[in-house]
Ligand binder design. Structure first.
Ligand code: TAP
Length: 495
């Protein structure tokens, strides 16, 4: 750790507490959560393990800030300016954030800088701009009484109030921004709950928000366990909306809890995302595209490709090209600039993914494994390609969320579509073809919120992203994003 930038060392050495009312606040719980470096298994920091009283304090701070109007009644252009200032501060501290992300999450420093922090900047800037584009509509209505009366109506969009943003561990900073920033742009006040393994960058971001001019109480962070802090947040009566990204089982639990009090919720959940490779696909483009789609961030990407269906014409060349690519990938720590595959986020994720890999030979024709990680204490798994698994194999039905890819030969395009849709998930998919007819028609047949053609896993703040089926409820991103953090009010004027 001696080669870390001094600001990273000094941040890690802090006693990390909760972030409430624009400052660090000591938790009322004496419990701590240890944060480990996935590359070594060694402790790098510890954070507060918030209890119900801590959550109550954070929600009350957010509620008071909301009631005071300090943020929601601020001119929208001022909210936009402060959020753009936050982007400048993220840019200033980009290297610190990227190192922290690699150290707590395990991902490559290249991905942390070039994708996570760079993406964070794009998303903050996009969403800041939405603050000044909140519009309603004006219309005449035809109410017939009293005789002779005329009415005009218009709609207003008003922030829902206090929002709980619950964040997973795969892209803690970027997804943290997806949960917090649209709520802020809409005028809401927020409590963010990062995953228990990856809380550091969101704590850092909250302090930057205060520096940027976000008023106290508007952006709070509670670190802690989902079963305690997360659950208390979701059930808190002063929370008006839960914005959640995470697994489908936890998403269902949150939906059930919210339904008791009819809280608003949006859920971005898991996926088991297929790619269909047609006979005319250009393999020079398809092979690197599928490798990126499947092994980016060690497959810990909700939209990652994890099932490939290929028609017989290209089965052999595609399977041998993917096998070569998987076995030649270099495996190492996120801080090793040459490593293409890095450790998984945690010991439990390593054990979960390894169990799927161990079972695969019993369920498939062939299993091809890549290199081992350099440090047995790190949370590495070998990148793995599973050829022709049984249709009911766990590796083809379950979201593994690791560097594990299946390749299945199908008879024709119809079978590929049928198998692609044969999943309770419907987050994302891709079609690989040079045929215009197929490129235009196949995406309409696939049950998924996003379908790419000749690419996969490419997202943009302007492009709405959400799941079909059990992959979610609602959408993130796009021009209408803020509406899910706002009530619509009709005002009707008689004259
Ligand atoms: P989860 O285990 O679902 O955890 C997500 C967050 O929810 C964590 O902060 C977790 O806290 C918290 N949580 C757990 N139980 C809770 C409860 N009862 N009440 C409230 N909060 C609770 O997911 P994960 O393992 O961190 O992330 C991987 C999953 O996220 C995958 O399924 C992946 O597909 C999905 N994901 C989806 C998307 C989109 S955009 N659709 C993007 C990224 C990831 P703890 O950490 O303390 O458990």
């Amino acid at each position: 750790m001696s080669s870390l930038p001094p600001q990273v060392e000094s941040f890690l050495s802090l006693s990390h507490e909760l972030y409430i009312n624009g400052r660090t606040v000591r938790s009322q719980s004496s419990e701590r959560l240890t944060i480990y470096n996935p590359a070594t298994g060694q402790e790098i920091a510890s954070v507060a393990d918030a209890n119900e009283q801590d959550v109550d304090a954070a929600v009350n701070a957010a509620h008071q800030a909301y009631q005071s109007g300090v943020w929601r009644t601020m001119p929208a252009s001022e909210r936009e300016r402060i959020l753009l200032r936050l982007a400048e501060l993220v840019e200033r501290d980009a290297d610190i954030l990227a190192y922290l992300e690699t150290l707590e999450q395990g991902k490559s420093i290249h991905i942390a800088k070039g994708l996570e922090v760079a993406g964070t900047l794009s998303w903050i800037r996009y969403v800041a701009g939405l603050a000044t584009k909140i519009t309603g509509s004006t219309f005449d209505v035809s109410i017939p009484m009293p005789a002779g009366a005329r009415y005009t109506a218009y709609t207003l969009h008003e922030p829902v109030g206090v929002v709980a943003g619950i964040i997973p561990w795969n892209f803690p900073l970027l997804i943290g921004v997806w949960k917090v920033l649209p709520a802020l742009a809409a005028g809401c006040c927020v409590i963010a709950k990062p995953a228990e393994t990856t809380p550091l960058t969101i704590l850092y971001l909250a302090a930057l928000a205060t520096e940027a001019g976000v008023p106290d109480g508007v952006f709070n962070v509670v670190t802690g366990r989902g079963s305690v802090a997360g659950n208390s947040l979701v059930n808190h009566p002063l929370v008006a909306k839960v914005s959640f990204t995470g697994s489908t089982p936890v998403g269902k639990h949150i939906a059930r809890s919210c339904s008791d009090t009819l809280k608003r919720f949006s859920l971005e959940l898991g996926g088991k995302n297929p790619a269909i490779v047609l006979p005319d696909a250009d393999l020079e483009q398809t092979v690197p595209g599928l490798m990126l789609a499947s092994f980016l961030n060690q497959g810990q990407v909700c939209a990652a490709c994890s099932r490939i269906y290929v028609t017989p014409e290209l089965f052999k060349p595609l399977s041998s090209a993917l096998a070569d690519a998987v076995t030649s990938m270099t495996v190492g720590a996120g801080l090793d600039p040459t490593a293409q595959i890095n450790p998984l986020v945690s010991l439990s994720q390593q054990q979960k993914v390894s169990a799927y890999i161990d079972k695969a030979p019993l369920e498939a024709e062939h299993v091809i494994k890549g290199k081992h990680g350099p440090n047995p204490a790190g949370y590495y798994v070998q990148p793995t390609l599973i050829i022709n698994p049984a249709p009911t194999a766990a590796c083809i039905t379950d979201e593994i969320f690791g560097p594990v890819l299946t390749l299945t030969q199908v008879a024709d395009t119809d079978e590929a579509i049928r198998l692609a849709n044969n999943s309770p998930y419907g987050l994302a998919a891709s079609v690989w073809t040079q045929n215009l007819q197929a490129a235009m028609s196949l995406p309409r047949l696939i049950e998924a919120g996003t379908v790419w053609v000749n690419s996969h896993v490419m997202i943009d703040p302007a492009m709405p992203f959400g799941g079909y089926k059990q992959s979610g409820v609602g959408h993130d991103f796009g021009a209408d994003w803020l509406k899910s953090f706002m009530h619509q009010k009709s005002i009707c004027i008689r004259y």
